[in-house]
Design a protein around this ligand. Sequence first.
Ligand SMILES: [Zn+2]
Length: 534
Amino acid sequence: MDRESGRLVIRGVRALTLDAADAEHHCADIVIHGSEIVAVGPDVGRDLAGLKDATIIDGRGLLAIPGLINGHFHSPANMLKGAVANRPLELFMLYEVPPLMKGPVSPRFAYVRTMLGIAQMLRQGVTAVHDDAFFVPVPTEPEIDAVMQAYEDSGMRATVTLDQPNVVEYEKHPFLADILPPALKDRMRRSPRMADGELLTMYQQFLARWHGRDRGRLRVGLSCSAPQRVTPSYLQSLADLSRKHDLPLNMHILETRLQRVLGDVKFGKSLIQHVGDLGVLDERSLVIHAVWIDENDIDMLAKASASVAHNPVSNLKLGSGVMPFRALKDAGVNICIGNDEAIVDDGINLWTVAKIAGLIHNISDPDFDRWPAAAEILEALTTGGARAMRLEGRIGCIAPGYQADLALLDLDHLAFTPLNDLRGQLIYCEPAGAVVTTIVAGRIVFHDGRISTFDETAIKAEARSLAVELASQMRETEEAARLLEPYYRDMYSRSLNHRVGIGRWVGGGADVKPTRGRGPRERSLSTQLSSQEG
Ligand SMILES: [Zn+2]
């Protein structure tokens, strides 16, 4: 079918549109012209059935939903499933993005790596991804282009950023500059780092080469990684660029308790307050994690109309804590949901993340009227993600004028047998296996068990052979990480001795007790939870 002019008609499908009226059809047609939905409703495709340029999908027994939007993802970790054991973020990152790492990977490695994640997402009906791509040690044009080429070839919708810190490693953390021996500090200072101007030039070139490609399917986003990981002047330049081109600005903020301590120690304020004071918090901001935020932070996020990316599986793997979901919703903050990445959500399964998002908040509030509803999680997976990508009104609903990004699920699948509550079963029955067709911008990219835009079998085979290259790199990484780990453990312990006045680990408002002489591993959980502070 010619994608520019051809029509695709899904006939007689059950449809959960998630549009403004939350319309649900028991038997409807969805008519797609080119990349756009033009009509939705009973029998609206009847007259097109015999046309030569129309492709017809028999929708009987199927459910159509808007394609899911992976609201936060780092594709460069796609090859690292199950590679690193559970531990706190600051120690975990030593094994993932080693501060003493040398060269970039080959463009082919980056291409295959990106395709691997795409295959998993398309199979689950995930049609769009907000990819906060990081590059170790620094981004290069060939590696960036390889990532983008994968998205272009696969047909998936993607907004991709360059998540690139540009300050010395020990400046990103509290206490570390005092803890590290001079020789290691010296090595960190000598690690490759890009100046503000170099990174901005790279962004300009990235925008010129890729932004808006394939009628807007591929877009460029901005990222500072985290405010403490870049110079304030670079962060402000990114915010200028964000305003100029209306691009999302990705910032990991207050993911961990240690980052709350960092704000206190380094800036004398919360990191949300810090970015607010720098003038970079607005409706284009995507604040990632927002676990250790307080009431004032929530107020600032709401006033700025910022979005928050919720990654509950990542927060569990790294023991980060529970994000205050209901408080953010009450304040009117837009929330999207993401995998984070393959090294922390090892399965890259957005349906599992959705299920955990629908459950984890139940243990942080005894008031069950305030627990998330399945419909709220569905909203975060679709329109919430669209708004955070600055694509509100273009993706996230099945409605005329929207891009035709859809997933078709088999209602004969065990996840829906028997069918009791559609929204409840979408969120709690993990129906990834029920997805039979995925459509992006009017193009069928996955159908009947097969990805139609690239050779998935060949990509998997190549990934297995590239894993040999990866294994030797991982050994080097582990060596470097082991060298640094004692100092990071010390930093982690010291941070626990610094009170922050809020608690985000299970147990409500509990904060840890100051320790004397014993490391955090030796203290029992009950000791930590029994101490309250206000
Ligand atoms: Zn992240």
